[in-house]
Write a protein that binds this ligand. Structure first.
Ligand SMILES: *[C@@H]1O[C@H](CO)[C@@H](O)[C@H](O)[C@H]1NC(C)=O
Ligand SMILES: *[C@@H]1O[C@H](CO)[C@@H](O)[C@H](O)[C@H]1NC(C)=O
Ligand SMILES: *[C@@H]1O[C@H](CO)[C@@H](O)[C@H](O)[C@H]1NC(C)=O
Ligand SMILES: *[C@@H]1O[C@H](CO)[C@@H](O)[C@H](O)[C@H]1NC(C)=O
Ligand SMILES: *[C@@H]1O[C@H](CO)[C@@H](O)[C@H](O)[C@H]1NC(C)=O
Length: 272
């Protein structure tokens, strides 16, 4: 009797101890899981929902799959431009002769302008609009998509985001046809930079069999420091001459551009 009575509390204490250890272990496991894995899962669900809400009405599942295969389970510094070939094949760009608009350092004006007029930029295409302003990367040994801690161009050139924009810009310029427009920024000393995406990729891809002319619109803001006479544009003109593409440049004030957006015209480019 006495023995049994004294054993019971000990048993209870042991059971209590076991329950407590299991609880502590579970909490530790949950914390580790959240920090390591679920974080990626949550970031993935965030970017995925943005992707699908912007993609609507297209073959979004197939496009998402082609997008992911470019960078998932890869070192985020070794994603080459070619990794996006299947994505570009899944959502190819259409030629829109006379309506294609390129830009360099003028995103603020271009975005608003293209939205209200017949011009379309890379950011107005399906892929461009779905991925605009997003950040993504993968990690070796993980099937997840991450949106934080991803390398930028300063860390490495072949990061998932930079490689996507280089590959998309090249493909967009490949289909440029008719009269092509480019908006450059007159508020910076060198409006045409050979190192920019426009200068290093798009301009190189223009092909005279498709592209008739390149019409540069130099956006002249109040703080403008240069215009169409800038020497940097001689390089651009030279490249077009070599290809056999007609080159034009016109200084257009920002207010004139805004006026053009508020009076949309049927045929592109008649406003300046
Ligand atoms: C042109 O560049 C300046 C200086 O970087 C910037 O403040 C301005 O917003 C740019 N203009 C456009 C139209 O994006
Ligand atoms: C294309 O540009 C050329 C010269 O740059 C011009 O003569 C022609 O009318 C333009 N074509 C269209 C369809 O705007
Ligand atoms: C332009 O396109 C034509 C036909 O597609 C091709 O034969 C030619 O090599 C291209 N030119 C350049 C400079 O890429
Ligand atoms: C263009 O800029 C140069 C100096 O950079 C200036 O001398 C010239 O008057 C400007 N031309 C126009 C049409 O604004
Ligand atoms: C014009 O272009 C040249 C050469 O590309 C550059 O060095 C210069 O600073 C530019 N800007 C002005 C305002 O002259």
């Amino acid at each position: 009797m006495e023995e049994g009575e004294s054993r019971r509390p000990e048993k209870q204490r042991r059971r209590c101890c076991v329950i407590l250890s299991v609880a502590v272990a579970l909490i530790v496991i949950i914390i580790v899981a959240v920090v390591l894995g679920l974080n990626g899962r949550q970031e993935e669900s965030e970017i995925k929902s943005i992707f699908f809400s912007r993609c609507e009405k297209n073959d979004c599942k197939k496009i998402w799959g082609a997008f992911q295969q470019a960078y998932v389970n890869k070192d985020p510094c070794t994603v080459p431009v070619e990794a996006y070939d299947p994505l570009l094949a899944a959502a190819p760009f259409k030629s829109e002769c006379g309506r294609m608009m390129f830009w360099s350092k003028t995103k603020d004006v271009v975005r608003d302008f293209a939205e209200k007029t017949c011009f379309s930029t890379l950011e107005d295409t399906l892929l461009g609009s779905v991925l605009d302003e997003l950040t993504w990367c993968g990690k070796q040994g993980s099937e997840d998509t991450f949106t934080t801690g991803c390398p930028t161009r300063r860390d490495c050139e072949n990061n998932p985001v930079s490689s996507f924009w280089r590959s998309a810009s090249a493909a967009f310029a490949d289909v440029a046809c008719g009269n092509v427009t480019a908006m450059l920024n007159g508020s910076i000393p060198t409006p045409f930079s050979p190192a920019s995406i426009f200068g290093s990729i798009e301009v190189k891809r223009f092909n005279a069999t498709r592209t008739k002319s390149l019409n540069v619109v130099m956006v002249i803001q109040k703080n403008a420091v240069t215009n169409c006479t800038n020497v940097s544009l001689k390089d651009l003109q030279g490249e077009m001459d070599t290809k056999g593409i007609i080159y034009n440049c016109k200084d257009v004030t920002e207010s004139q551009i805004q006026e053009c957006s508020s009076q949309p015209v049927e045929s592109c480019g008649t406003c300046w």
